[in-house]
Design a protein around this ligand. Sequence first.
Ligand SMILES: Cc1ncc(C[n+]2csc(CCOP(=O)(O)OP(=O)(O)O)c2C)c(N)n1
Ligand code: SF4
Ligand SMILES: [Mg+2]
Length: 363
Amino acid sequence: MAHEVIRQQLPLFDEDGRAGATDDEHGRDLYYLPDLPEGDPYAAGHRTCAGCGPAIQYRWVLKAAGQDTVVAGPTGCMYVANSTYLCTPYTVPWAHTPIASGGSFTSGMAAGYEAMIRKGRYPGPYPNILVMAGDGSAADIGLGTISGALYRNHDALFICYDNECYANTGIQVSPTTPYAGMTTFTPFGKAIPEGNKLPPKNLAKMMAEGHPHCYVATTTVGYPVDLMNKTRKGLNHVGAAFLHCYTPCQKGWVYQTSMTVELGRRVVESGLWPVWEYDPAERQYHYFHPPVQRPVTDYLAMQGRFGHMLPEHVATMQVGANRNWEVIGMDVPPALRDLEDPARHQRLKDEEYSMPLNRGAGA
Ligand SMILES: Cc1ncc(C[n+]2csc(CCOP(=O)(O)OP(=O)(O)O)c2C)c(N)n1
Ligand code: SF4
Ligand SMILES: [Mg+2]
């Protein structure tokens, strides 16, 4: 006799219940204070760098997923720094997969749990199954296995933690490295003054357009409740879901370690990282409209990886950001339109808040 597969529904956190919220000088809520679970399936004691964005993402995702969760982690910083011999921060089952196999491994887990529950060999309910893969894994080496898992609609959440480089092997360029982002494989110099000439691969849109039956969303570590709610929505969705999360890497990007969450806000407010949800039932995108729209320099000048940018490179970046504002249905303020002109910029390293020029990321 086949047993029924019982699925769990995780309640969403109240994004409006911001008791004690404080506005900052831009009118942004500084503190969300919903009732969060006390437990941390990703406990203290890992060995990531101070201010590591992926570690912050891991903590919030697993807090949202809770104790009845199994996790896979393809090779990358979040495998290496979290699995020192006989010591891990996980209090839930976790498995490492080769960098290319996050999708196929997680498909196997999902299919295995379904089969075991049906056959009465596992009592259920169906656990929360998720994989958190770096951008090198999810957007490049392991893209095929994740796309395959989404297409086959395995009931699991596939997450890309995006630090915009191959961090663990020494900050090499990845398909999500932004235009002009300095990496060890995209050094700037006389021949190529901008360093990286290419715009980033639009991974989340590829996933949504290519797998229209899946729940797909983007978020950043700057919006913890949004990140946790999208984690829960992805897990509640019966079938495959994909979440693309912006996670700064202080070692590779060269910024002050206390600024990780602030970067997660500014990248959205400067139009460089649209936050949205794709609803497979409606086949519609729902775009978040941030309350603040900033020049891209407010974001770029916080990071050494952009310090070499010349006025024309900054202007190119502003053109891209303005295009993003239009895509998400927001007007481009005249002040930001004016900044498409290179004459309105100086070298980025001369901007007021600039970090030191970065010539040796990851070295
Ligand atoms: C097939 C294969 N190629 C290369 C490597 C070497 N390698 C180990 S970690 C890593 C970086 C992975 O980058 P990403 O997925 O973005 O994770 P991050 O290190 O940035 O957290 C690479 C290239 C590998 N383990 N397997
Ligand atoms: S190199 Fe970057 S991603 Fe890796 S542990 Fe350090 S801050 Fe985190
Ligand atoms: Mg990476």
